[in-house]
Design a protein around this ligand. Structure first.
Ligand SMILES: NC(=O)C1=CN([C@@H]2O[C@H](COP(=O)(O)OP(=O)(O)OC[C@H]3O[C@@H](n4cnc5c(N)ncnc54)[C@H](O)[C@@H]3O)[C@@H](O)[C@H]2O)[C@@H](O)CC1
Ligand SMILES: [K+]
Length: 520
């Protein structure tokens, strides 16, 4: 599913009207009808059927007028509270306002004071105040109306997007409606998908309003990775698979005190369908990692007793990489100067697809130009917002203020694929493509989750998936495994190693193995 900003949706709207001859008033009719259908389905069985529509003066309000008319035709009481003078309404919205009985509409240009009782008496409140045209912080009578809607204790259906949520970023501009259902049109808006807006939408319904296919196809947006999108990217194993076809991962990881990171990255690659996994670790840690892993092979590297990776291991690691399909570098490696030097040397010399994470990222944070050294190689970075901020030379709030813009710009500038972690991880490719991961939950906010993700992405790259697909699948499967655990474990105390063990179940949910005799 494609996700777009409100601005792009407005361009689509104009193309549909201008190039494809779909009248704007017809788009508004379909938008309003889709909302009326959802309201009827969700609340139509109630004894009292009163929908109170709180409308602004733009086209979002216009959808609200259509909803009022259509619900009234179906026997509902559907009064409209218009937060403007009727003369302030124009265009298609005005045409629809004119179709309502005058007694239906209460114009409140001075504010909603006094409307509280009506709002509390509603079966459902329809929030048609502000949609994709919102262009500033909410204040004054719009702010008061939002507070009253939220305080009414009645189910709320938001039209297009909860009023107050910025459709391009999901940010709350001042204050915002908390909806139970949001009906959005043609395509989901970024503000429906990104937090905090995503958390205010309730159940999201994407309604088909007959937007021409060519307009949808031509719209600039991000791919939303849900179970269906992930399943479409996933290639189930063929019946004739062998361990060579699953790919061989080399994980370069670990330092004293951080053997768990190395073990989880390696075990997670193994649990994500890698044919073989080899773990290169500082020599002193080998006995521990032999214990912590079973299927995984290890290469103890560096001088006897070494508890961290050294620059002197470069040749040995390059030789190991030469006979593997993918390298993951960084989990638990620490920041010893010799380790940092090793990372720099590997970046210059490795020609296999590379996943760089954790202290591997910190090793290049002061000079991201180092990422351009291995020309032609696929490089995937998996930063959390703190690591992203260090890489991009900005603050964490700056990253969080524009997660998509930040990820997209860095990926393009340094020709890397990037998974910017956090609720709704952003996946960016060097060509400007962006995807947003739909899986995951707050239980993943604990140590080690990133090490698991590194292993999962490495496994997909090792199996030969194109890098953008490997990143989308990796992020989705990682979050989905955690989602599958929530019912049993909740979101507090859910460990990364639990997620690691759930990975095969998450993978199985994407597709059954192919029987090559009947299905090629
Ligand atoms: N794009 C599409 O494909 C379609 C859009 N439709 C509807 O049209 C909406 C967009 O309509 P508009 O562009 O008219 O915009 P809106 O109705 O979202 O709001 C714009 C109006 O609110 C005012 N405004 C902006 N920010 C404000 C703030 N913070 N406080 C108070 N007033 C503020 C603006 O001056 C303008 O008058 C969509 O959200 C959707 O509901 C549908 O009718 C049909 C199809
Ligand atoms: K709205």
């Amino acid at each position: 599913m494609k996700v777009v900003s409100g601005q792009v949706m407005q361009l689509m709207d104009r193309r549909a009207i201008g190039e494809f001859g779909v009248p704007g008033v017809e788009l508004m009719e379909r938008a309003g009808r889709s909302c009326a259908d959802v309201i009827e389905e969700a609340f139509g069985e109630r004894e009292a059927r009163r929908a109170v529509i709180v409308a602004g003066k733009g086209n979002n309000g216009g959808d609200g007028f259509v909803i009022s008319r259509l619900l009234a035709e179906r026997g509902w009481e559907a009064p409209v509270l218009l937060l403007a003078a009727p003369e302030a309404v124009s265009g298609d919205a005005a045409a629809n306002l004119a179709r309502l009985a005058p007694a239906t509409v209460k114009s409140l240009p001075q504010g909603v004071a006094g409307a509280e009782t009506l709002l509390k008496s509603a079966t459902v409140i329809v929030d048609a105040l502000l949609g994709t045209g919102m262009n500033s912080e909410v204040s004054g009578i719009y702010g008061e109306a939002i507070d009253l809607i939220n305080a009414a204790g009645v189910p709320v259906v938001s039209v297009d997007i909860p009023s107050g949520v910025d459709s391009a970023s999901g940010k709350v501009l001042g204050r915002a409606v908390r909806a139970d259902i949001t009906v959005t049109f043609a395509l989901a808006k970024l503000g429906n998908i990104l937090y905090p807006g995503a958390g205010l939408c309730g159940r999201l319904v994407v309604a088909d309003i007959g937007m021409p296919d060519a307009v949808v196809a031509g719209a600039e947006g991000a791919e939303y990775v849900d179970a269906a999108a992930a399943a479409a990217l996933f290639r189930p194993r063929s019946a004739t698979a062998h361990k060579g076809s699953g790919g061989h991962c080399l994980i370069v990881a670990g330092s004293t005190g951080k053997t768990g990171a190395a073990a989880m990255a390696a075990n997670s690659a193994q649990r994500s369908g890698a044919g073989l996994v080899t773990l290169a670790v500082p020599a002193a840690l080998n006995p521990v990692l032999e214990q912590k892993t079973t299927e995984v092979m290890t290469i103890p590297t560096g001088p006897e007793g070494a508890g961290y990776l050294r620059a002197g291991s470069l040749a040995e690691i390059l030789a190991a990489a030469a006979v593997r399909d993918v390298v993951a570098l960084g989990p638990g490696i620490g920041t010893a100067p010799s380790t940092v030097y090793l990372v720099h040397s590997l970046l210059a010399a490795l020609d296999k697809p590379l996943v760089l994470d954790a202290d591997g990222l910190n090793a290049v944070a002061h000079n991201p130009e180092l990422l351009l050294a291995g020309s032609g190689r696929v490089t995937v970075l998996t930063p959390h917002p703190g690591e992203m901020a260090r890489l991009a030379g900005c603050s964490i709030p700056e990253v969080e203020a524009d997660r998509i813009g930040c990820a997209r710009a860095f990926a393009a500038k340094y020709r890397v694929h990037l998974i910017l972690k956090g609720a709704r991880s952003v996946i960016a490719a060097p060509d400007g493509s962006v995807a947003i991961n739909g899986s995951g939950n707050p239980g993943m906010a604990s140590g080690g989750m990133g090490d698991v993700l590194t292993g999962v992405v490495a496994a997909f790259l090792g199996q030969g998936y194109p890098p953008f697909a490997a990143c989308q699948l990796g992020a989705f499967v990682h979050g989905h495994a955690a989602d599958l655990l929530v019912e049993r474990l909740g979101t507090q105390g859910l460990n990364a190693s639990d997620v690691q063990e759930m990975l095969p179940v998450a993978l199985a949910s994407l597709g059954a193995p192919r029987n090559t005799a009947t299905n090629n």
